[in-house]
Write a protein that binds this ligand. Structure first.
Ligand code: S3P
Length: 445
């Protein structure tokens, strides 16, 4: 069912907290599977995506409890069914690429050998996303992974095997692939080196170090791990998710007179590219780092205020630090005078939807000047976006993609006329209370 999106005639003013970081929350659940001691994470994100990781951890025999925003995982024995005969256990990763890719690396050496293994699958979107970037190097380490339908795609059958360390160079910088190989390498014999991570997020490295694991930093974002180390537990507070905050920061950057502060927000260097782009776009960004660092992650309060708009460019080198923020930055570009250029963004076509195609199509329907290129977008502004009427709103297409839904809600905010979303419920994947938070800001709460 489509739903009408709010609009704003005035500035956006306010202070808010955003939910816990999705990437860190996935890791806080999944790493319980290799921990040798209890694990605890406060401010854990309870959303559809992270619930997939939690369900997998429980299915694999860990006692995991969630309540009062706190996740606790107690390491436990593997279920007998995983070691004996019978059918493979199915783990449904839903829409979550992080669950699927990290589990592949984590389980490849961990599952009992000779058992039926596990069948990893996901929803239609996830079954269409590339897994070869994880499966191929894992196989080179000795992993036993069989495709059930299409080479390089879920579903796959994974069985336990002895792994050997390798030296691997990723073709595309991916934190998910890097994490999968580090988790496999930690349980392999010898040393595993992962190169080509560039400026990708390092939440896995930080949490593993908190758990007592030694990792070696290599030049240009490379990292190495030696197998067979003792792994402890952790007690962390998950910072607010900068990818969720980015929607409100961008709204403040687009509506004259606005100022929005997000408190307790994660500021991992691999995640804050959008703030750099906002500064380049003439937006006022103030970061108060007094709250961090804490438990291995940077955090602080970030205030974004409307400034002197100007166009921006983004290239491949910067892409990993803002890969999830491209849809909303493209929306911002429609309000900036001149031509904004996004290049090196081919990965966007392989996310929860083809984000380059969907962003371009929706913004064009709103009247923006957007040229879709093979690996990017060229957006000329400023253009006042235009929706429909209250009784016949322009229905925007999310492709069931949470980040598209929230970016399009920000586009609708400043548009003339009214817009609706075809599938507003998909925000549950990462930010179930997104519309409530937006309404709160609009009401000046
Ligand atoms: C993630 C890494 C990114 C990002 C995704 C979450 C992670 O993917 O797009 O939403 O938690 O490691 P890649 O690094 O694979 O591009």
């Amino acid at each position: 069912m489509s739903s009408l999106l709010p609009t704003s005639t005035g500035p956006l003013q306010g202070t808010l907290r955003v939910p816990g970081d999705k990437s860190i929350s996935h890791r806080a659940a999944l790493f319980g599977l290799i921990a040798g001691a209890p694990c605890r994470a406060t401010n854990w994100l309870d959303a559809a995506d992270t619930r997939c990781s939690l369900a997998a951890v429980r299915d694999l025999g860990c006692a995991a409890e969630f309540g009062d925003s706190t996740l606790q995982v107690a390491p436990g024995p593997w279920p007998k069914a995983l070691a004996g005969g019978g059918k493979p256990r199915t783990l449904d990763c839903g829409n979550s690429g992080t669950t699927a890719r990290l589990l592949l690396g984590l389980l490849a050496a961990r599952l009992p050998q000779g058992g039926p293994g596990v069948l990893l699958t996901g929803d239609v979107s996830l079954r269409g996303r590339p897994m070869g970037r994880v499966i191929d190097p894992l196989r080179a380490m000795g992993a036993d992974i069989q495709h059930m339908a299409t080479e390089g795609r879920l579903p796959v059958l994974l069985r336990g095997a002895d792994l050997q360390g390798i030296v691997h160079r990723m073709k595309v910088p991916s934190a998910q692939a890097k994490s999968a190989l580090l988790l496999a390498g930690l349980q392999a014999s010898g040393r595993t080196e992962v190169h080509g991570g560039g400026s990708s997020r390092d939440h896995t490295e930080r949490l593993l170090r908190t758990m007592g694991v030694e990792l070696e930093d290599l030049p240009q974002g490379g990292v190495a791990v030696t197998g067979g180390q003792n792994v402890g537990g952790f007690d962390i507070a998950v910072p607010g998710d900068p990818s969720s905050a980015a929607f409100f920061w961008t709204a403040a950057a687009m509506l004259p007179g606005s100022s929005v502060t997000v408190t307790g927000c994660g500021l991992n260097e691999g995640r804050v590219g959008a703030l750099r782009v906002l500064r380049r776009a003439g937006v006022q960004v103030t970061i108060d780092r007094a709250r961090g660092p804490r438990e291995g992650e940077m955090l602080g309060d970030v205030t974004v205020a409307y400034g002197t708009p100007q166009p921006f460019t983004i290239d491949a080198v910067e892409m990993p630090t803002l890969v999830d923020e491209i849809p909303v930055l493209a929306v911002l570009a429609t309000s900036l005078p001149g031509q904004s250029v996004i290049t090196g963004a081919a990965e966007l076509r392989l996310k929860e939807s083809d984000r380059l195609a969907l962003v371009a199509a929706n913004l064009q329907r709103l009247g923006a000047q957007v040229e879709e290129q093979a690996e990017g977008l060229v957006i000329s502004g400023p253009v006042r976006l235009k929706g429909g009427t209250k009784s016949a709103p322009l229905v925007l297409e999310t492709g069931g993609d949470h980040r598209l839904a929230m970016a399009l809600a920000i586009a609708a905010l400043g548009a003339e006329g009214r817009c609706a979303l075809d599938a507003p419920g998909c925000v549950d994947v990462s930010y179930p209370d997104f519309f409530t938070a937006l309404d709160g800001l609009l009401a000046g709460d």
